[in-house]
Write a new protein. Structure first.
Length: 148
């Protein structure tokens, strides 16, 4: 069944994408929850018209995301964490701490748009995080976890 997504869905697609999913997944989950609508011919026509009107706004948002990516380029963060004598962190460093460190530098980025590359950060060292600013604009920043 072809559907039009109303929201960004992880591992499925972005808002306004027309995708094909299994019938049961669409009828029993996506459509009742309001995440998607069926891609009937009339819904597709309406979707195409809306996409034409939105193209200008999307270009502006993409340009803003690219400008922010240029500002973030080369930025390095330092995150302090309580550690044991062997360098193991009590707990772990997650996207919340990265978002807070970015906020201290003056960049307000939602933690949901940040993903840490690789495994869970449980030791002191250097790591890489990916920030998703727009569906087409991603930037990787380096951060270092140090002992407090």
């Amino acid at each position: 069944m072809k559907i039009i997504l109303k929201e960004d869905m992880p591992r499925l697609g972005h808002r306004n994408d027309i995708i094909k999913v299994k019938d049961g997944y669409a009828r029993n989950y996506l459509i009742p929850k309001g995440y998607a609508i069926a891609a009937t011919p009339s819904a597709r026509k309406m979707h195409e018209e809306n996409m034409r009107q939105r193209a200008h706004k999307e270009e502006k948002i993409k340009n803003e995301a690219q400008e922010l990516a240029k500002k973030l380029e080369g930025l390095s963060l330092t995150i302090g964490a309580k550690t044991s004598s062997t360098g193991k962190i009590f707990g772990s460093v997650n996207t919340i701490q990265i978002a807070e460190a970015l906020a201290e530098k003056g960049f307000e980025i939602d933690r949901k748009n940040i993903s840490i590359k690789g495994e869970v950060v449980k030791e002191v060292g250097k790591y890489t995080a990916t920030i998703h600013l727009h569906r087409e604009v991603k930037i990787e920043i380096d951060f270092e976890v140090i002992s407090e």
